[in-house]
Write a new protein. Structure first.
Length: 678
């Protein structure tokens, strides 16, 4: 028998013993959320509840497996929970049984993202003509738009209006593509990830299926409820309709995935939908010192739409979080690198140190400083800077300008062009071996390509000519010429996060400003790509050993480190300027900072560049969020601090604010990346 009173604190014990009926568990950061869920399941099993009658829903298979192992350990039983898994996993199992009700055969296929893109390409083929300068969106963009509309239970027009107004001109065509996509999937007896949820929800409108599973699942537990979308919330409510025992666990203060259609209203309106609901709060933090939690509490209290919580710690007091403004992003990178070296020298394990940032391109200068210092790092939330496809694209354009016989670079840039495949690109690279100067390049494609491929070639020539207008000593200007060319149109039509990619290229310009010779710049960029932060440097630190973590904040959720640096806390960067124009965007940005702060266990360092770094010489100034933190909670090294807090107004601080557009990089819709995640 488990001694629940001994093993749980009073907050946790209340949930485990009294979690019947509709229950909302508000689990603050580091408060033992997983512990509560697993002990609640163990308690139900001890009370004689059949495992078949328990539904445990998580967002990843890893989380489900971890909870199953913990329950097995607690109950000293090898039995698995037969109905523990992700929303998509549970949906798939039940749809296999009832596929015929929805007009599918039981052997339906599940399409991964690549499969979906392939079908969408076919559906979009009739709509490939250009309207002015705006290209018809690529299949991957269409996939994101359609997926978001389905997960948020809204229309394509609303999604375009809210998130992607540049493609509003194609609203009717995109709706036609979406319709044709549904038809082709049904003809193929196939479902994509979104279909699994939508069809499962629709299936539960059928009396036979609803009766079976709402009766079977006497107790339903849902992890990370703040990350659910409208469809997932509807599924849970339907499954709980017979017995009413639904225990949802989450933290509204950590709801940061609205771009995936997660809906914070699922938590905030829970009591309204279930007037007899019990609300439990887990506010005892086992992760961070009181000083770190004080800063986190001071930030999140400014949100108006929330359940008020006040995290408290069981740990001993520690050091105050620090605030260190730097002159620019380069100085910021040098400062953070120096502090990391200090921590390593004092014995802090490398994998207990993390640098967090709002957007992926914020890390570029830091990555180079870490390489110089020989600090091995692990990049989370995407590829290292010089490994990103669009950065490689721009370097490839510059490489062919520097070396006309660079076959690999030519193949890369030509394969972007419509009508030019591998065979045509190979013909061009062969012909280029005879070219004697850069002007010869313009006519080569016209001489050897067919009519269809010539259109793509002419588009390339426009990019080529834009580069020829710049001096090879102006490496930053050469990159700008690529940004101003049709390559920008390619990015905007091909990727949902094109603005983020353009920000990366702008950061590449910052790097290029240090070099006045194209060849030297390309050599250094290639070395950076080759080392990648983990293959060179200090010989005393093996690349297979622990690594410092660099991560976007979104990818850091649920993790923790002894020492955390939050960088680029500058106006226009954090909060993301674009979020200020979105409904509830500012509050989500504040929640994002709260998540970042609460990843730290002992040491927290906040930094920002005073200049805009790569966006002109104007001062960016500190984030408005820093002005919300009481100065007595920080060891403040800011020259702008005054009185009770930071002076953030233009007149007093001499600050000129600038704007940046930084869309999120994670694709809307499903958390799944492939079929293995089912």
């Amino acid at each position: 028998m488990i001694d629940f009173v001994k093993e749980l604190n009073q907050e946790q014990l209340e949930v485990v013993l009294h979690g019947d009926g509709p229950c909302l568990v508000l689990a603050g950061a580091g408060s033992g959320k997983t512990r509560v869920i697993t002990y609640r399941v163990a308690y139900l099993l001890e009370q004689g509840v059949d495992p078949e009658n328990i539904l445990l829903v998580t967002f990843t298979n890893k989380a489900a497996d971890e909870m199953i192992r913990r329950v097995q350990s607690l109950t000293n039983s090898p039995k698995r929970l037969p109905w523990a898994g992700t929303f998509h996993h549970i949906a798939y199992r039940i749809l296999k049984i009832y596929a015929a009700i929805l007009g599918y055969k039981s052997n339906f296929s599940v399409l991964d993202s690549d499969d979906s893109e392939t079908i969408l390409k076919l559906c979009a083929k009739p709509f490939k003509s250009d309207t002015g300068r705006t290209k018809f969106p690529s299949a991957r963009v269409l996939q994101s738009i359609i997926s978001f509309a389905r997960n948020s239970e809204t229309t394509v027009e609303d999604v375009l209006d809210l998130k992607y107004p540049q493609w509003m001109v194609f609203a009717d065509q995109i709706k036609s593509v979406a319709h044709e996509y549904e038809v082709k999937k049904k003809e193929a007896n196939a479902m994509d990830f979104d279909d699994l949820l939508v069809n499962f929800c629709n299936l539960l409108n059928h009396e036979q299926a609803l009766k079976k599973y709402s009766q079977q699942f006497k107790y339903i537990l849902v992890d990370e409820y703040q990350d659910t979308n409208k469809i997932q919330s509807s599924i849970i409510k339907k499954l709980a309709s017979a017995h009413g025992n639904m225990l949802v666990v989450g933290d509204d203060a950590q709801s940061i995935y609205s771009f995936r259609a997660a809906d914070i209203a699922n938590i905030l309106q829970f009591e309204k939908e279930f007037p007899n609901a019990k609300v439990f709060k887990l506010e005892t933090n086992y992760r961070s010192t009181a000083e770190i939690l004080d800063v986190a509490n001071d930030v999140i209290v400014n949100n108006t739409k929330q359940y008020k919580k006040q995290l408290k710690t069981v740990l001993e007091n520690g050091e105050k979080p620090t605030l260190h403004p730097q002159m620019d992003q380069s100085n910021e990178a040098e400062f953070v690198t120096g502090k990391i070296l200090e921590l390593l020298d004092k014995g802090t394990p490398a994998n207990e140190i993390a640098v967090l940032f709002r957007a992926a391109h914020h890390s570029q200068l830091l990555e180079m400083e870490l390489v110089k210092a020989g600090i091995i790092y692990d990049y989370r939330g995407g590829l290292r800077f010089f490994e990103r496809a669009h950065v490689k694209d721009v370097l490839a354009y510059l490489r062919i300008l520097n070396n006309l016989t660079d076959t690999a670079a030519w193949m890369r840039v030509l394969m972007h062009e419509e009508g030019i495949g591998a065979v045509a690109a190979s013909k061009i690279t062969e012909a280029l071996k005879k070219a004697t100067n850069v002007e010869d390049v313009k006519i080569i494609g016209q001489e050897i390509l067919g009519e269809k491929a010539k259109n793509g070639w002419n588009n390339f020539v426009r990019i080529w000519e834009s580069m020829l207008g710049k001096s090879r000593t102006d490496t930053s200007g050469l990159i700008q010429s690529v940004i101003n060319s049709p390559y920008k149109d390619y990015l905007e039509g091909e990727y949902i996060d094109s603005r983020d990619r353009l920000e990366d290229i702008a950061q590449l310009q910052v790097f290029a400003e240090k070099y006045n010779e194209l060849e030297q710049f390309l050599a250094e960029a290639t070395l950076q790509e080759g080392f990648g932060g983990g293959k060179g440097g200090n010989q005393n630190r093996e690349s297979s050993g622990p690594k410092v973590v660099l991560s976007t904040i979104h990818q850091a959720k649920g993790l923790e480190w002894a020492a955390v640096f939050i960088i680029n806390l500058a106006s226009g960067a954090f909060p993301n300027d674009r979020a200020l124009h979105e409904n509830n965007g500012l509050e989500e940005e504040r929640r994002l900072l709260y998540v970042a702060i609460t990843r730290a266990k002992k040491h927290l360092h906040l930094t920002y560049p005073m200049s805009g770094g790569g966006f002109g010489d104007s001062l960016a100034g500190p984030s408005m969020f820093l002005g919300e933190i009481s100065s007595d909670l920080l060891e403040d090294h800011s020259l702008l601090s005054y009185g009770n807090g930071l002076v953030l107004n233009d007149e007093a601080a001499g600050v000129t604010y600038i704007n940046e557009d930084k869309p999120l990089r994670i694709k809307p819709g499903s958390f799944l990346r492939g079929l293995d995640d089912l």
